[in-house]
Design a protein. Structure first.
Length: 152
């Protein structure tokens, strides 16, 4: 197996947060006189995720001049402050969105993020953090590992 080329790496020294566990219903427009609901309602991220996303973006230094639009392999090493049960895919999705919003990745779809093999969630009470490693994707590596490429 050949060594993959590291394109970028970041460390966010905050306790990782998912985006799906803290959603809330928000609304705009006039309120209904009977029930008090807004005319148009939508689901938005909760305050915990919004705050985490804003704070996390400040630690992403050394951004590329233009967002990465080629295929990449991302490895997330997440260190949680507590042993609470979390959905690792939701944690990864939250970080994917932050990388996209901050202009590091052009998009977080399958045509750019080809895999997240090697990503893990650990416990570290003293130093919670998210370590992000973005590597150049090589189709040969996936094929050598026996991963069938269904999206190409």
């Amino acid at each position: 197996m050949t060594r993959l080329k590291l394109l970028a790496s970041y460390v966010i020294p905050l306790d990782p947060r998912t985006k799906k566990n803290s959603q809330m219903i928000a609304g705009t427009g006039a309120r209904c006189p009977v029930c008090g609901k807004r005319a148009k309602q939508y689901i938005r991220q909760g305050h915990a995720n919004t705050e985490y996303s804003a704070r996390a973006g400040r630690y992403l230094r050394g951004k590329p001049k233009i967002p990465i639009s080629g295929e990449v392999h991302i490895v997330y090493r997440l260190y949680m402050q507590t042993r609470r049960r979390v959905d690792d895919l939701n944690l990864y999705a939250s970080l994917d969105d932050i990388l996209t919003r901050e202009g590091i990745l052009k998009d977080d779809n399958i045509s750019i993020i080809r895999n997240r093999d090697g990503s893990r969630v650990f416990y570290d009470k003293e130093h919670p953090r998210a370590e992000i490693y973005i590597y150049e994707y090589r189709k040969e590596e996936d094929n050598a590992a026996g991963n069938e490429n269904l999206h190409r």
